[in-house]
Design a protein around this ligand. Sequence first.
Ligand code: HEC
Length: 135
Amino acid sequence: MKKITSCLWLILLYNGNAYTQTSLAASIANGKKVYQKNCLTCHQANGGGVPKMNPPLIHASFVMGNKKKLIQWVLLGSTEKVPIDGKYYSNNMPAQATLKDKEIADVLTYIRNNFKNKASAITPEEVKSTRVVKK
Ligand code: HEC
C-alpha cells in the first residue's frame, strides 16, 4: 500500500510539472507575438536595440531583476534619460498600459526567457496588483 501511495505521488508531481512547463511555453509563445507587435520596432527582433536610441534587452540585469520595477517600467514607459548599464538612449519608451495584464505578463516572461536572459515567469496577477498600486 505504501508503495502504491508513493507511486501516486510521483504521478501527481510529474503531471504538475508537465502542466507548469506547458503553460510557461504557451506564455512565452504568446509573449513573442506581443513583442513583435509592440516592442520590436525599437528593441529589434534579436533584442539588440539601436545604439544611442533604444537600449538592448540582451542579458540585461534590469530585465532579469525586480519584477515590480520591470512591470512598472513597461506600464509607465520612460521619458527620463536614465543611464542603462552606463549608456544613455535618446528615444522615449512609450507607456504600454493599454496592453492587457496577460499581454504584459507574457511579453515580460518572453524577454526574461530570451535574449540570453534567464528569470522566472511573470503572471497576469502580478501585473494587475502592480497596476493597482500605481493608480
Ligand atoms: C518607441 C520605442 C520603444 C518601444 C515601442 C518600446 N521600448 Fe522599451 N525602451 C525604449 C527606450 C528608448 C528605453 C530607454 C529609456 C530611457 O533611457 O529612459 C527603453 C527601455 C526598456 C527597458 C529597460 C532596458 C534595460 O535594459 O534596463 C525595458 C525592459 C523595455 N524597454 C522593455 C520594452 C517592452 C517589453 C516593450 C514592448 C511591450 C517596449 N520596451 C517597447 C524604447 C521603446
